[in-house]
Ligand binder design. Structure first.
Ligand code: AMP
Length: 206
């Protein structure tokens, strides 16, 4: 299966992508994680990636498209994938579609995790608070491992929500037209949301 998880920042894509991947033996691909790894290399492009991320802005389409295309060519993706955080723009969605077509492949389903703006703000702020507490507290090793996400700061949260909201609407439209879209209630706890996704997957597998 080839799946895409769509959702605004804080919708829970990362957690759900990992759980889906585990259950259905797929590879979870998170562009956010790939970029955070890239930013660790303190070379010129790593530093530029970090700059975009710190501001809550998207990195240019060409960068992310080529990163994802080469990731999709790796061996562990042969049995299918679940994409988390990509595509984020219409251009990325079109590039992904064209790439898969060139490989005689297509997406099986796109899940949009629908979560209200209020819940998203609350979740992102909590994530930011939790990590800065960890940083101040005794669990310094844990904090280092988790790596504080600078983009979970309040002013950056607003920017991320604002930038992604409009883009999300166009992606939803794009995938609805292709009959691939499943809208999943993303409020509630992770187990509930996972159940909702699994229910959707039942009809994908039919
Ligand atoms: P995420 O972990 O998915 O919230 O992504 C964190 C940050 O990585 C975003 O705020 C963007 O700066 C960058 N990013 C992740 N995925 C993409 C993408 N598909 N296109 C552009 N930028 C991205």
């Amino acid at each position: 299966m080839r799946l895409v998880l769509l959702g605004l920042p804080g919708a829970g894509k990362g957690t759900q992508a990992k759980r889906i991947a585990e259950k259905y033996h797929l590879t979870a691909i998170s562009t956010g994680e790939m970029l955070r790894e890239a930013a660790k290399e303190k070379d010129t492009s790593g530093l530029r990636v970090q700059e975009y991320m710190n501001k809550g802005e998207l990195v240019p389409d060409e960068w992310i498209n080529s990163l994802v295309k080469s990731r999709l060519q790796e061996k562990d993706v042969e049995n299918g994938f679940v994409l988390d955080g990509y595509p984020r723009t219409l251009q990325q969605a079109k590039v992904l579609e064209a790439y898969l077509q060139s490989q005689n492949q297509n997406l099986d389903a796109v899940f949009f995790l629908d979560v209200s703006q209020d819940t998203l703000r609350h979740r992102l702020a909590q994530r930011g608070n939790l990590r800065s507490k960890e940083k101040q507290g005794n669990s310094q090793i844990e904090a280092k491992r988790e790596k504080i996400r600078l983009d979970d700061k309040p002013e950056v949260i607003e920017n991320r929500l604002h930038i992604n909201k409009k883009l999300m609407e166009s992606l939803i439209h794009f995938y609805k037209e292709r009959n691939l879209l499943y809208v999943i209630n993303g409020e509630g706890d992770f187990d509930n949301v996972f159940d909702n996704i699994n229910e959707g997957l039942l009809s994908v597998n039919k």
